[in-house]
Ligand binder design. Sequence first.
Ligand SMILES: Cc1ncc(C[n+]2csc(CCOP(=O)(O)OP(=O)(O)O)c2C)c(N)n1
Ligand SMILES: [Mg+2]
Length: 751
Amino acid sequence: MSHPAEEPDPLERHFAEAIRALETAAAAPPAAADPAGPIRPGSALTGERCMELFDAQLASRHLDLAARWLRARNAGFYTIGSSGHEGNAGVAAALRLTDPALLHYRSGAFYLARAAQADPPHDGVTDVLLGLAASVNEPIAGGRHKVFGHRALHVIPQTSTIASHLPRAVGLAFTLRRAARLGVAIPWPADAIVIASLGDASVNHATALAGLNTAAYCAYQRLPVPLLVVCEDNGLGISVRTPSGWVAAANSARPGVRYFHADGFDLADVYDTTLVAAAWVRETGTPAFLHLSVVRLGGHAGADAETAYRDAREMAADLAADPLVGTARLLAGAGLLSPGEVMARYEKSRDRILALAAEVMDTPRLTTAAQVIKPLAPRCPDAVMARSVVAAPDSHRQSVFGGRLPESAGPLTLAQAINATLSDALAVRPGMLVFGEDVARKGGVYGVTRGLLGRFGAGRVFDTVLDEQSILGLALGAGLAGLLPVPEIQYLAYLHNAADQIRGEAATLRFFSQGHYRNPLVVRVAGYSYQGFGGHFHNDNTVAGLRDIPGLIIASPARPDDAAAMLRTCLAAAEADGSVCVFLEPIALYHARDLHASGDGGWRAPYDPPELWAAGHVPVGQARRHGDGTDLTILTFGNGLWLSLRAAGRLAAEGIGCRVVDLRWLAPLPADDIVREAWVTGRVLIADETRRTGGVAEGVLAALADGGFAGRIARVASEDSFVPLGDAATTVLLSQAAIEDAARALVRGPG
Ligand SMILES: Cc1ncc(C[n+]2csc(CCOP(=O)(O)OP(=O)(O)O)c2C)c(N)n1
Ligand SMILES: [Mg+2]
């Protein structure tokens, strides 16, 4: 197949000149070496292997050129390339196919070299071209993004958010060895190591530092984290120079993380160094940092005019360090390829890839929203229901609970109900882990996880480093490996500082991998306000940053019985559907016992024995109604439920009959229940403890409008403010009095 003639790219021109120069430089062709022998004395890289890797490097280079060729024809949509970084083919070659890899966007040659390791060898070139063209046939993201990813190649797709994969990579490395100790089967060999690559500018990112620090922190305590971090250092982050020597200075003395350096121009050096680094990581289970010196050729991306920020000398120096020339020299020096043969191989690769690029121009693409959204968060409610009722055998439960089963303990508080549910779930799921700050020895700041460490041991219930990104990253790695992570974030305010691990990482994985990879996850978060002492950070009442994350499930239980059933549902949804769930626990209700009056016990509830779990199952997105008044529907959740039920009691005495609907799920909202219950009374009051702006009420109002509700509506919410310390907190928070006043106005007011 022919392809339209193109102006030679400067990169191509330089390569041809450099190879011609090799010809002239060689006085006489060297004697042909044995292809099975070392490419040069002392190297473990054989001539044959070097030749294969050269092919991967050439193909990676031509894919970059093809990306621009496709872009120019509006048939390709991504031009960030790997040119200058092709030494990373040597990294792939020194690893095993089954070592999970989380790759930098310039690790194209790594991807192709790994694809060639498969048995039979896999054609990575077509994968990449289909990705560039946003084809539905691309094997991992199916046209949703251009990523390197393939399940059979153990390459896990990454987002464009630089460094966001480091916490997950640490978590996966941690889990590989932990799973083996727990006897839980996972999709990787027990001696696999994780590889995560990133750029030199990215290595400064807080998320990268979190990952590296946590890896070091684990290694320092002799906790195995077999992780090889590869920094592909081209000296630039788009236009910003990395200070000369910085990557080595910042990473060569991190405790517990051994530092290696290799010259990305020299494939044999990369290969030999990676062999040593990988063996070290595999044998010792400790992390290593492989610093690869590379160059960036062809700008940051297709549209980047580098001449605006780089001078000609600097760019020429990078061209002179073209790793393709480096490998050509190795092969020529060993007498395995003459310069003419190098050029022939280069041209052949070019022709093949441009011909394949022409073929993908008309590839089918995503054309409907339904197609795009399909893999985002599929739900199988029947499977969730089936999983949610699974309990350990009675004898095992008896031993877990020390002979005092929670269903026999009388009514429980919210905290006790969550504790019992976690225990029951841990008892029946050997792959479930509970971890976070203070969850183990202390049993949680509020005692919710008390006793779990003693019941299930430090292999499954453990304290973590004080870093929410790392806690969530650990969960993402564990979920990826097929375990069921239940991390705790101590306060809602501190979820926000690590939110991207949920927003950008967890919630997107299914989407960008069409479900090939998933991260089942139930993040427990202690949150909301009404702790008597006020103060914003322990009383944070915003969930806006979670509610708009596509596919995320947000459970917001208020009562002990709901919490138990909903937690079972979330755990089951994580297992059955791979759902990402945030389980928001109202701190102020953890230990509440009463509702209307002191001593009434109205906020405690009995714990259902397993035989009642099916009857008490709460599907995702189903609300619960309290009362059947016909004057007013109050829609609420969390602490708002407690306040609204108290208000409803007072209003009943005044002759106003309320039905109080606990939304229970903030995402997806129980839209049908909302509209149905609204119509029963024709009057709706939304009692929302989150803020007026961005608060849950906005979503409820939209659900009412979308559902065609045409009755009267009012809302009461907390102020658009942070929460002050002390009693002043009550000035900005939703109150029972505000609910009562608004209810009276709705029912008795004009109209
Ligand atoms: C968190 C985040 N901030 C900003 C960007 C935009 N961005 C994309 S690549 C890049 C530079 C990365 O440089 P480096 O890590 O050295 O990788 P290189 O492109 O040089 O290989 C930036 C700032 C991003 N993708 N993610
Ligand atoms: Mg860089």
